[in-house]
Ligand binder design. Structure first.
Ligand SMILES: NC(=O)C1=CN([C@@H]2O[C@H](COP(=O)(O)OP(=O)(O)OC[C@H]3O[C@@H](n4cnc5c(N)ncnc54)[C@H](O)[C@@H]3O)[C@@H](O)[C@H]2O)[C@H](O)CC1
Ligand code: K
Length: 246
């Protein structure tokens, strides 16, 4: 295990609660926008379009969004990827009814002409071919996932596991199927090529295989004294970057 700065799931939840509490007053929408923006930046850093052929530039970034806030990060990420010149496609099989906000994120994707597959799209795997797909963004589950995985996500993640050696997967905050503290202790579980930890890495990130997985931190929205209060130093982001490769 590396000497990475990590915070437990319990502490991560407390950080979120305080950031969105009455004293600080961030809204979920604000944090999600910055989180999704960071993930889009990490995709650009890892898979730059510069010097790529037109065929490679036309490849899809396949974003799979889950039912909670991790999925929301994915929806935001897809919108920014489109602005950055990528060709995202979104699969959002179980849509959150929690707030109007999720519907608004989908409307925004329509406005940006980002295809959002129908909820019962049976042929979603057709979009996942190494020759057509640049990478997959795994925004299925984050720090609130509790096994065992229920359908339709179990079948989806099983399919992704079969493809992950041929198409790189970028996991948002926590690789889907991993326990946020203990890592890949149950199946199915994604083995990502890239992990983008948000705010601060969670303990599961110490179980990534360092040679196999590029690790970024993103979600640059806390000041030094707040980080120190939760036992870690702020990350050394450069200039206006929203991500830092660890
Ligand atoms: N401060 C930050 O770092 C921010 C992080 N954000 C992202 O939010 C997620 C955590 O979001 P939350 O809504 O709490 O949970 P999840 O998205 O992980 O999942 C909840 C969702 O999943 C369903 N579910 C749970 N277990 C199962 C299962 N076994 N089978 C099927 N479905 C399951 C559950 O019912 C819910 O619907 C964090 O990781 C970040 O990515 C925010 O963007 C804000 C800023
Ligand atoms: K994820």
């Amino acid at each position: 295990m590396s000497a990475l700065k990590v915070v437990s799931s319990k502490l991560a939840a407390e950080i979120d609660k305080e950031l969105m509490g009455p004293q600080i007053g961030f809204t979920l929408q604000q944090l999600m926008e910055l989180a999704g923006f960071s993930v889009a930046q990490a995709v650009c850093r890892q898979f730059p379009l510069k010097d790529k052929t037109e065929a490679e530039k036309g490849k899809h970034v396949f974003v799979i969004a889950g039912p909670g806030n991790n999925g929301g990060d994915g929806l935001v990420c897809a919108r920014h990827l489109k602005l950055f010149g990528y060709n995202p496609i979104v699969y959002y099989p179980k849509r959150s009814e929690r707030t109007e906000f999720y519907k608004q994120l989908v409307h925004q994707l329509n406005f940006f002409k980002v295809p959002v597959l129908s909820q019962d799209e049976e042929n979603w795997l057709e979009y996942l071919k190494p020759e057509k797909t640049l990478c997959i963004v795994d925004a299925i589950f984050g720090f609130s996932y509790k096994p065992p995985m229920r359908e339709p996500f179990r079948s989806i993640v099983e399919e992704l596991c079969k493809l992950q050696d041929r198409i790189p997967i970028v996991s948002v905050d926590v690789p889907t199927g991993w326990d946020v503290d203990k890592g890949p202790i149950s199946q199915p579980a994604i083995n990502p090529a890239v992990l983008v930890s948000l705010t601060v890495p969670k303990p599961c990130s110490t179980y990534i295989r360092e040679k196999h997985t590029a690790h970024y931190v993103g979600g640059r929205f806390i000041p030094r004294d707040f980080a120190n209060k939760y036992g870690f130093e702020p990350f050394g982001y450069e200039s206006t970057d929203q991500i830092l490769k660890l």
